[in-house]
Design a protein around this ligand. Structure first.
Ligand SMILES: [Zn+2]
Length: 246
């Protein structure tokens, strides 16, 4: 299952939640997991009821999380990354829904090592076991463009995985990392498409990565100056990518 935000664990599931989510005839965006544990002793299995629960892993983001983090006019400390994968065959692109989801960076506040979203994402890809004989296109929508270190990691990944094409759409340009401009140029040189998220990408993510509960058709609530900021950032990115300094 795709990485998502922290699972909500509780003892028993609603009747309707079970029926809605485990029906083997219905396509659902969510994934539920029930688990139980037994202790083995000689030939006996002893149920450990305190370890029995259900949890929901989410592959869709809350509306507010998306709006707070992808707004191209606001400075946010976190980074969110939505991704999807297609298999490319002749002129067709076949979506692979099992390799679609979102994740966020891990801050030092969790007591664990800081990890950037791109680094976590790259760490997940080997477990997909993509067939090196086939061609894939991975698209990432990231709230911040990659820092110099992540751009280097992504570049290395592309050089070692020629069967994968990468497209990156960033909501904002991350400028607080030394060498980020050269990093973005290296990414482009390695074959990645790097662009700024326009209204079209915001609407696409809203439709494909955000949980609208009951209202599937809820329109994307665009903010003032979205387009002018997109245009400003696109000019800035073009300037970075065209620079011949390195
Ligand atoms: Zn980074």
């Amino acid at each position: 299952m795709a990485a998502g935000s922290a699972p909500e664990a509780r003892g028993l599931m609603d009747e309707q939640t079970f029926l809605d989510n485990f029906n083997n005839l219905i396509y659902r965006h969510k994934t539920y997991l029930c688990y139980e544990t037994e202790r083995m002793q000689d030939d006996l299995w002893i149920p450990l009821d305190d370890t029995r629960a259900s949890c929901r892993t989410r592959s869709l983001m809350d509306e507010q999380t998306f709006l707070d983090n992808f707004n191209n006019l606001i400075y946010v400390h976190k980074t969110y990354l939505c991704y999807e994968t297609e298999r490319m065959q002749d002129d067709l692109s076949i979506p692979l829904d099992e390799y679609k989801g979102f994740l966020q960076n891990e801050g030092a506040d969790k007591g664990s090592k800081r990890r950037h979203a791109e680094s976590i994402f790259l760490g997940d890809i080997p477990s997909w076991n993509l067939d090196t004989e086939l061609r894939y296109r991975v698209t990432c929508f990231i709230s911040w463009s990659p820092c110099a270190t992540c751009a280097d990691e992504l570049t290395k990944f592309l050089r070692e995985n020629r069967h994968v094409n990468l497209r990156i759409f960033a909501a904002r340009i991350y400028e607080r990392s030394q060498g980020y401009e050269a990093g973005l140029r290296k990414l482009k040189a390695a074959g990645a498409e790097v662009a700024i998220m326009s209204l079209q990408e915001f609407e696409y993510c809203w439709k494909n990565f955000v949980d609208h509960q009951q209202d599937e058709d809820k329109p994307f609530p665009r903010w003032d100056n979205l387009d002018s900021e997109y245009e400003r950032l696109t000019k800035e990115l073009e300037g970075i990518l065209q620079n011949q300094e390195d």
